[in-house]
Ligand binder design. Structure first.
Ligand SMILES: Cc1ncc(COP(=O)(O)O)c(C=O)c1O
Length: 453
């Protein structure tokens, strides 16, 4: 029996059943896991084992920035595997040195020296340790609506509800409110006043403030222009570093190289992963400015991994950056992003359950509401860690049935397609969402009563 036939009495085929039995699904009640076998992916689409094709409107986990057929990266990986698949981190390779130099060029200002790892969470772990080693202080302020990774340090600085099962986590982590104009009782700049007061009350004991410049999975939260510059200023006034987590917002997503470029801010430390290789290889990176780099000339950098600077991963990273540059993808994301924004505005105008659309470049969120006036969400933070789906899940499912994959989290659909996407695919995906949003429109408070009358 081929893996593509479904097993009697189940919607899952043989491979999917085998996977469900022997492989854990992430962040899930295992009884609810229902893996789909993907057999091919190309350009901005991927296909399942039954031959259904989907537009990848979220770049998988907001990481396939270069689509699914970036030849330069495919070739670089194949060549590197043949030349030397692995050497220990005490050796170097041409790609590792060149990628380090490229990152110093494309990141802002004085960011100049990189520690390589294999994921976003490891990039954040390195940033936390480096900030603590450099400042000699322990505390890290991060925000409630944030995600920084699943390992112990990163989940401890994460604010979203996925952290709760792992608490109390590492010591010295403190949470602050967020710049969330649509859904918080504090306006964004008031939330910053709150952080300033926290810094004062902590009395100079904070090593760093860690933020996603534009919050990703927690709802695509774009702060006002003056937010990030002021955050950096108040951090420095209190002897704390600014760490920007660019794991999701980096590498062209916003129509700029990095999310912090939108606000013209140079952090002291920056973390990267996802778009760094366009997800062709697992690679994380933590880059620091020259002053911090110099500190470790005579203070040990007490950190490392077997796969730090893995030759195949850094070869993919170097080829990815060359692809962004040679295909002018950062500017292209800006242009396509403007088009996407107009389409989303039309969608919002047609669907009362769309409470808010927001974003920059090809990084947008559609936040849903069951009541436009009260801004009541369909999905809550509690739902994220409870059994069963929400109306937001139903909307995503409906779009999927109409051939469009769109990720969703808590109460927001997350749009982050490959930067190579064309206007035609954007139109097709928006049309599928247009149909899918009828599900949430119909579930709004008062709608069924009105229909029954
Ligand atoms: C902003 C941010 N930081 C860190 C991470 C963790 O990255 P990874 O899943 O590669 O460990 C993520 C993952 O989505 C993220 O969005």
């Amino acid at each position: 029996m081929s893996g593509q036939e479904s097993v009697a009495g189940s919607d899952l085929n043989e491979i999917e059943q085998m996977d469900k039995k022997h492989v854990f699904g992430t962040w899930s009640f295992q009884s609810e896991v229902s893996p789909t076998q993907v057999t091919t992916a190309s350009g901005y689409t991927f296909s399942d084992a039954s031959g259904n094709e989907f537009i990848d409107f979220s770049g998988q986990l907001m990481c396939s920035n270069l689509g699914h057929s970036a030849e330069r990266i495919e070739d670089a990986v194949a060549t590197q595997v043949k030349e030397s698949a692995y050497v220990a981190p005490s050796y170097t390779t041409e790609a590792r040195a060149k990628l380090g130099k490229k990152l110093a060029e494309v990141t802002p200002g004085n960011l100049s020296k990189t520690f390589f790892s294999t994921s976003g969470t490891e990039a954040v772990e390195a940033a936390i340790k480096i900030a603590r080693f450099y400042t000699g202080k322990q505390k890290i302020i991060s925000r409630y609506r944030s995600y920084h990774g699943a390992t112990y340090g990163s989940i401890s600085v994460t604010g979203d509800p996925r952290r709760l099962a792992s608490e109390p986590g590492i010591p010295g982590t403190i949470k602050a409110p967020d710049p969330y104009a649509y859904g918080s009782s504090l306006d964004p700049m008031q939330s910053l006043d709150y952080i300033e007061e926290m810094l004062e009350l902590e009395g100079g004991t904070v090593a760093a403030i860690l933020v996603e410049p534009i919050v990703g999975s927690n709802g695509i939260l774009v702060p006002p222009d003056e937010y990030l510059p002021r955050l950096k200023r108040i951090a420095h006034e209190h002897g704390a570093l600014l760490i920007c987590d660019e794991v999701m917002s980096g590498f062209g997503r916003t129509g700029n190289w990095f999310g912090c470029d939108v606000f013209d801010v140079e952090p002291d430390i920056m973390t990267m992963a996802k778009g760094l290789t366009g997800a062709y290889q697992p690679l994380g990176a933590t880059i620091v400015n020259e002053t911090i780099a110099d500190h470790f000339e005579d203070n040990m950098l007490c950190h490392g991994h077997t796969y730090s600077g893995h030759p195949v991963a850094v070869a993919a990273g170097l080829a990815a950056i060359e692809t962004y540059q040679q295909e002018d993808l950062i500017n292209r994301a800006k242009e396509r992003g403007e088009y996407l924004e107009t389409q989303l505005a039309d969608l919002a105008a047609d669907h009362p359950s769309v409470g808010d659309t927001r974003g920059v470049g090809l990084f947008h969120g559609i936040e849903l509401t069951r009541s436009s006036e009260e801004r009541v969400p369909f999905g809550t933070r509690e739902d994220k860690i409870s059994k069963g789906g929400t109306i937001v899940d139903d909307v995503a499912k409906e779009a999927y049935e109409n051939g469009v994959y769109v990720a969703n989290m808590i109460n927001t659909l997350i749009i982050a397609p490959p930067l190579t996407i064309t206007e035609r695919e954007i139109d097709a995906a928006i049309a599928a969402l247009d149909t899918a949003l009828e599900t949430s429109d119909a579930a709004m408070d008062g709608v069924s009563e009105t229909t029954e009358e």
